[in-house]
Design a protein around this ligand. Structure first.
Ligand code: SF4
Ligand code: SF4
Length: 432
């Protein structure tokens, strides 16, 4: 560790933790050399290397080191941020680090797995790490946004997983609405592994044995979702039912929709996971992230509530894994929903667009490209039109910033200044 006087008291300081990923990274990248090179930078207070940062031991190592070095910015050099970011960031929050000052550099997918020349992979790893350090030094601490959450859940799909989720939610004292365009609910006895066709007509409670639960679960069969408006924690859902349009106010949403291939169908090929047009339309209204192959991000314990915004789309309901995993996933989603509704609020990362109004000329190009309907044009004094961001809908994708030819849009956490610092850091290291 460096001496305190070397970095000065008022300057931001950086701690860097590099992960060998149990050899996955370290056999292709010389992490000790990376640590040595970046520890020469004046703002880096500590540069440590660990075998597996995501292990209990690794997480303890990072937390304990943070306690000693007290740097306000942290760089983690490990696997893809998509995989690891959240749990480690939450560990650092616990020891007093602002999560917006934590940056994760991908040294595995972007270095170790794609380069056979260890020397060059090491140089690239050092450059990416140095770029992240320079960006971190330009960042400011931010706070999450807090949104109130309505204590009711929408469950799309009246098959076994949907019913399991509804029962779970209702037994916790919250209202659950199940919507399905099918004619019948299907009851699934997990203990017996059997399926029993449920009642077929109209709008009525599902076949739940506990009468108290019946009050808290409303089942809409032969019904379809027409619109979903709102954002984090507060959705207004219009449902076309045989009895006419119904309007539901819900705070969390669980989708369990596709036909399921059952465990007992082991001889058959599993059903394909292509979403129906109806599913696609709902996903579009919810703006759920999908991969290029149209598969949907799976709910896992790693995807914490603040990342899925109270919306759960269960991949297992797409027919690849059978009914029992789907039910388990639905119950997991219900449990997270219950936790959110009990808390009554949801924290959402503040990586969103921000309009520099003094530069905006109200052309609306940003609103045209925003797939999340997060931008509208509003009038300010004197009738001047400017872009306005709905923070509850903005996903921080950055499209509006690219579309704005006036430089009026900024993305918090990824400002031009920060990105330039990132590139400068990479270039400086490559020129060493
Ligand atoms: S594209 Fe830029 S200038 Fe045009 S309305 Fe949006 S923020 Fe304003
Ligand atoms: S960052 Fe993406 S989601 Fe947010 S307002 Fe811009 S285009 Fe829309």
């Amino acid at each position: 560790m460096k001496e305190e006087e070397q970095v000065g008291k008022d300057r931001p300081t950086v701690a860097v933790y590099l992960c060998r990923c149990d050899g996955e990274i370290s056999q292709h990248v010389d992490l000790e050399e990376v640590a040595e090179r970046i520890s020469l930078l004046p703002d880096v207070r500590v540069a440590g290397v660990h075998d597996t940062l995501c292990s209990d031991d690794g997480r303890k190592f990072m937390k304990e080191n943070r306690g000693k070095d007290n740097s306000d910015r942290v760089i983690i050099g490990a696997c893809s941020p998509e995989i690891l970011d959240s749990p480690l960031t939450h560990d650092l929050i616990e020891v007093g680090v602002n999560k917006y000052l934590v940056n994760q550099v991908d040294l595995r997918e972007q270095c170790a797995w794609v380069h056979s020349d260890k020397e060059r992979a090491t140089s690239k790893a050092a450059a990416l790490t140095r770029g992240a350090i320079q960006k971190a030094l330009k960042q400011e601490p931010l706070e999450d946004m807090i949104f109130p959450v309505i204590g009711a859940a929408l469950i799309v799909g009246a098959r076994e997983p949907g019913q399991a989720a509804a029962k779970r939610i209702a037994s916790s004292g919250f209202k659950a609405y199940i919507v399905d365009d099918a004619n019948a609910a299907v009851d699934y006895d997990v203990s017996q592994g059997t399926t029993i066709a449920g009642p077929a007509e109209g709008t009525h409670p599902p076949s739940l044995s506990d009468s108290r639960l019946e009050e808290d679960v409303t089942l809409f069969l032969r019904s379809a979702i027409e619109t979903m408006e709102g954002g984090v924690g507060k959705w207004t859902v219009r449902v076309r039912t045989p009895e006419g349009m119904k309007c539901l106010d819900v705070g969390t949403i669980i989708m369990t929709v596709q036909p399921l291939s059952r465990a007992s169908d082991e001889k058959k090929e599993p059903a394909t996971a292509a979403p129906t047009d109806y599913t696609r339309r709902i996903l579009h209204m919810l703006h759920v992230g999908r991969g290029e192959d149209m598969t949907i991000r799976r709910l896992t314990k790693r995807h914490l509530p603040d990342l899925n915004r109270g919306i759960f789309v269960l991949e297992s309901s797409m027919g690849l894994e059978g009914a029992v995993p789907a039910i388990e996933d639905a119950i997991s989603a219900a449990d997270v929903s219950i936790a959110i509704m009990r808390k009554g609020t949801m924290s959402i990362p503040r990586i969103i667009a921000r309009v520099e109004e003094y530069r905006c000329r109200g052309c609306g190009k940003c609103a045209e490209v925003c797939e999340y309907d997060a931008v509208s044009l509003v009038e300010r004094d004197g009738g001047i039109r400017v872009a306005h961001i709905d923070a509850s809908r903005c996903e921080g994708c950055g499209l509006c910033r690219v579309a704005c030819c006036n430089g009026s849009m900024a993305l918090l956490g990824y400002t031009i200044t920060q990105l330039l610092a990132n590139m400068m850091g990479i270039a400086e290291e490559m020129s060493v």
